[in-house]
Write a protein that binds this ligand. Structure first.
Ligand code: ADQ
Length: 461
């Protein structure tokens, strides 16, 4: 079996999840794959240094070797906060209004990809499989090829691929896609993002594209692009659900909500997650059902993220204002309709919260997949499952047919979905949940890593 080298912006060794929980399930799965393939995980340490030295810090624990480099402050500003999170992230989530187009940050992005390639090349052996992750590192494969690497190199994009009409607003968009075509295999979360990519390649680059196989031929080079929907670590979630910590969290929430139905949202504080729009929908629900403050309580768990990027500071303020307005108008001495918790929780605690919440609200404006939707479904009580209310714009909506689908931009649609969920009879809740649980259990994150690495070992190159 070929050795596996995973390369991503950050390296995540699995541990108890706090604010950095966003990579939890993925970290676990990649670590399992790395262990099996006796592999290495390379990326940024998260630490800043004075100037880039390329010094690699190696650590081996539990069969997995991590190799990390520090980055200078300027690189973090330009590559990470700048081009990755203020240009590519908003653009790929269809937010042209938030997308910044700066030459300096674009240069920083190129520079860090170059530095990553320079640092990781000596660690890669002849027959290694190389798997690069996400929008931070799109040009990396090309930079590795420039250094003579003939290995099989795959790339997986965790976020959406935008329609060509939006993507062409990026200066040098062709250059970025051409670098992607240096990979042997490119993975997307869903067929929709895959189609957008193939459409771009055909229309803008004039590449020869075979829709049936995902094969793209361009300037004498061949690449395969396919959809690999990511899943949760189902067995790990079941273990977490069975802990004292999860039971305690469930009990704590249940006893504090008592005669009211708990409805939960768990999201990084990110504008793509549709949080202000969600609070507007909840406000509309209470406008339409003023007595429901005695029937329903909404718990929003949202730890801050990317606080160095301005649009992320704004979303926090907006959310606090909107929550405050509804609570100000609707609270009674013993009742607050929205509980807003601005911090992370362990996975075990989240499992406990999901389990006692009879409605799960997952309403991103755009999302590559969304693992919270799958986590919520995974830990429901089969005899009394809750209802998932899911945005039609999340990648997960293409798999989770049993959810109540909503348009997250419409407060009335959201309010109506909450009413539907609250009134749903047990038989329908069970039928909908049974429709989803097989996919969530079987199309899990281990199966995802297996499928990708299996295909990477076999694609023609
Ligand atoms: P994210 O945008 O981070 O991931 P998501 O898929 O929802 O979004 O994953 C979030 C993870 O973080 C979940 O496992 C969740 O449990 C955890 N999390 C969220 N809020 C938390 C909190 N308050 N405390 C602790 N943990 C919390 C990107 C893409 C997604 C894609 C994933 C994986 O944007 O579309 O599904 O990668 O590919």
């Amino acid at each position: 079996m070929a050795r596996l080298v995973v390369i991503s912006n950050r390296v995540a060794v699995p541990k108890a999840r706090g604010a950095a929980g966003a990579q939890g399930g993925l970290a676990g799965a990649l670590n399992a794959a790395l262990k099996k393939h006796n592999g290495i995980w390379f990326g940024w340490s998260g630490q800043e240094c004075d100037s880039f030295t390329g010094d690699i810090s190696m650590q081996t624990s539990d069969g997995v070797t991590t190799a990390t480099v520090d980055l200078p402050h300027q690189d973090v500003e330009e590559y990470y906060n700048g081009y990755a999170n203020a240009t590519l992230w908003p653009l790929f989530h269809y937010r042209l209004d938030l997308t910044e187009y700066e030459r300096t940050t674009a240069k920083g992005y190129e520079r860090v990809n170059e530095q990553f390639a320079e640092s990781v090349t000596p660690l890669i052996e002849k027959d290694d499989l190389v798997w690069v992750h996400d929008y931070h590192l799109m040009p990396l494969g090309d930079r590795l090829r420039q250094r003579g690497l003939k290995n099989r190199i795959g790339f997986f994009l965790h976020i959406p691929w935008p329609p060509a009409r939006l993507f062409v607003s990026l200066p040098y968009h062709e250059r970025l896609v051409k670098t992607l075509l240096s990979y042997d295999l490119i993975g997307f979360q869903t067929g929709e993002w895959l189609d957008s990519f193939l459409h771009y390649c055909r229309k803008e680059l004039g590449a020869e594209v075979d829709e049936a196989t995902g094969r793209i031929a361009y300037e004498g080079n061949e690449t395969v692009a396919r959809a690999y929907p990511i899943g949760v670590d189902f067995d790990h979630l079941m273990e977490q659900l069975d802990t004292g910590e999860a039971r305690q969290a469930a009990q704590r929430l249940a006893s504090s909500t008592r005669h009211r139905t708990a409805m939960i949202g768990v999201d990084r504080l990110d504008y793509s997650k549709g949080l202000p729009e969600r609070i507007d929908g909840i406000g509309r629900f209470f406008d339409r059902n003023p007595d429901a403050v005695r029937q329903l309580v909404y718990i929003q768990i949202a730890p801050p993220s990317r606080e160095d990027v301005e649009s992320y500071q704004q979303i926090r303020t907006v959310l606090e204002q909107k929550t405050g307005q509804i609570n100000g108008a609707r609270s009674e001495v013993d009742i607050v309709p929205i509980r807003y918790v601005n911090r992370g929780h362990s996975l075990a605690e989240l499992c406990g919260f999901y389990r006692v919440s009879k409605i799960g609200l997952v309403t991103p404006l755009r999302d590559g997949m969304n693992l919270v939707a799958k986590e919520y479904v995974a830990v429901q009580d089969p005899d009394d499952p809750g209802v998932l209310v899911l945005s039609r714009f999340a990648g997960a909506a293409q798999q989770l047919d049993g959810a109540v689908m909503v348009n997250p931009h419409s407060p009335d649609d959201l309010a109506h979905a909450i009413e539907t969920a609250l009134d749903m009879p047990l038989s329908e809740r069970k039928a909908r949940w049974e429709d989803m649980i097989g996919t969530v259990r079987d199309d899990n994150v281990h199966q995802w890593t297996e499928r990708f690495t299996h295909d990477l070992e076999r694609v023609p190159c």
